[in-house]
Every structure is written in C-alpha cells, then in structure tokens.
Design a protein around this ligand. Structure first.
Ligand code: FE2
Length: 286
C-alpha cells in the first residue's frame, strides 16, 4: 500500500508540514508541524497547525505519530498542540540527546531539558522500522545539518528533512552547533541510494524568483540535477562549497526561540511565579 501525502506550506518560515495517510478514515502521521511565532511581539499562534487539524478532521484520520525530522532552528514545533488535540506519539531521532547536551550549555537549562530525550514519546534508532496504520515505515539517520536529523521512509515516499532541497536550491546548511558537511554528504548519498522512483518530500523550499514553491522530487531527479549533490560531485568539492556558502549565511531569525522549545519536544517553558512564560536569549554566543 502506498501513502497519500497532503502538504501544508508555511510561507512565513518556508516549512512544509505533511500529513501522511492511507485514505479517509485511516491512521496518519504528521511530519514537522509549525507553531506560529512572531519574533517582534513573542506571540505564538496556531494558524498553521489549525489548517492541518482541519484536514485531519475532514478526512476522519487517527493521528498515530507526530514526527520531527530534527530540532528545527527556523520554526517552533506545534507537536504539543497537535498532541493535545488528537493524541499521538511525538518522535525524533535518538541523537536528539546530543543536540540537547549541546544546547543545555547554550541556554544553561537543566530542569525542563534533561538531555535524555525523555521529553519525546519515542526516539528512533537508525534504520528502525515502524508502521503508520497499514503503511510500512523506516527511520533513517541522516546527520549533517544537525547530529540528530532523521529521514522517514513511508511506503514509496521519503521525507528527507533538512538534507536535500529542491534540485535548483541544493542542500541544507551545516554550520549550526554539531553540524558537519562531511556527514551531510554521506547522508545524502544514503538517501540517493533509495530506488530511483522514490518520491522525495522536502522539509523547506526557498524558490528562486523564476518559479513557485515546490516540495516534491525523486531520487532520479536529484541524482541528475541537484546543484550541490548530483552524481559525480566529490565529498571534498561538496564540503568546500558548503563551508564557503555557510560562512555567508546569517543565523535564522527564530533560532533561539525555536531550539529551546524544540529540544523539549515543542513544550513551552513553564510559567514563572507571575504566570508568564519566558524564553532565554544568550548574548554574544552564536
Ligand atoms: Fe533545520
């Protein structure tokens, strides 16, 4: 059985959320949900996640999994909000512990963010198999952008996370703490060894002015035309290009709010004695 894939594009953060299911009334997984966050007012909102909720209700789907490909640095996860609404298990790769350890130091937090991954309902080991209702699935460890990135293979669809982008955009950056361009190269070769016709779904799209937003491609197309990682690009050439390019990129607007929430599986910090929740902003660190 092959999955149906419903994409939701969040234009503020250029993130794709996917609902993966087997038809009306079936079980589904929701991948990489977005909690809206306005950095000027520090207000959260649920417009993006509510579009997903409306679809899940309309299709009478049962949410079994709330999958995160990694601890995103560009948006807050809505996994907790979706879990409160539908239930389901929030899952990520087991290397999230490494990311938690790194950022515990950055944020100097221990209480809510023990580096044991216990904030998540499930941690995937590399190549762990699982099911989404009647659909067969597998988690693949694809480090490089972060140490904990996972790609999820569900039937003939693979959700690549921050590894490859559309062929004309290339690849994800590798300069966040724990990032590694060598590792990303090998992760991408692993993804591109899947069957040629595998449907690949991107985590983001940053389209050039000449085209609209896209999110789906195939292994064959990426191997032929990805500007950074088509067949024939050597590891050293890729690492040299990626490192040079990363040096020109500024930090994402939401990296500090996102990471400290996302390493807690999307849970916001506990309210302080006045009932207000606070995020931390480390100075002169990133
Ligand atoms: Fe990312």
């Amino acid at each position: 059985m092959q999955p149906l894939v419903e994409p939701f594009f969040d234009s503020v953060t250029s993130t794709l959320t996917y609902v993966v299911h087997a038809g009306a009334g079936s079980v589904c997984a929701i991948i990489d949900s977005v909690l809206d966050f306005d950095p000027k007012s520090a207000r959260t909102a649920t417009c993006s996640a509510d579009r997903v909720i409306a679809f899940v209700r309309e299709q009478h789907l049962t949410v079994e999994w709330l999958l995160e490909t990694h601890a995103h640095a560009d948006h807050l996860s809505a996994a907790q909000y979706l879990k409160q609404t539908f239930g389901g298990r929030i899952a990520i790769g087991e290397q999230i512990r490494t990311v938690q350890r790194t950022f515990q130091g950055v944020f100097n937090v221990e209480v809510d963010a023990a580096a044991d991954g216990a904030q998540f309902d499930h941690l995937f080991a590399p190549d762990e198999t699982f099911t989404v209702g009647a659909l067969a699935a597998r988690a693949i460890h694809v480090p490089g952008h972060t140490p904990a990135d996972m790609a999820y293979v569900i039937g003939n669809a693979t959700f690549v996370g921050d590894t490859l982008f559309m062929p004309d955009v290339g690849s994800a950056r590798c300069d966040f703490p724990g990032g590694d361009a060598h590792a990303l190269y090998h992760s991408v070769r692993k993804l591109l060894s899947l069957p040629q016709e595998t449907r690949l779904f991107m985590c983001h799209d940053y389209p050039p002015p000449s085209r609209n937003v896209c999110w789906e491609t195939t292994v064959a197309e990426q191997r032929r035309t990805n500007i950074h990682l088509h067949d024939g690009v050597s590891e050293s050439d890729f690492v040299e290009m990626r490192t040079r390019r990363d040096a020109t990129l500024s930090m994402p607007t939401l990296i500090l709010p996102s990471i400290q929430v996302n390493i807690r599986a999307g849970a916001l910090p506990r309210p302080e004695s006045n009932g207000i929740r606070y995020l931390k902003i480390p100075l002169d660190l990133l």
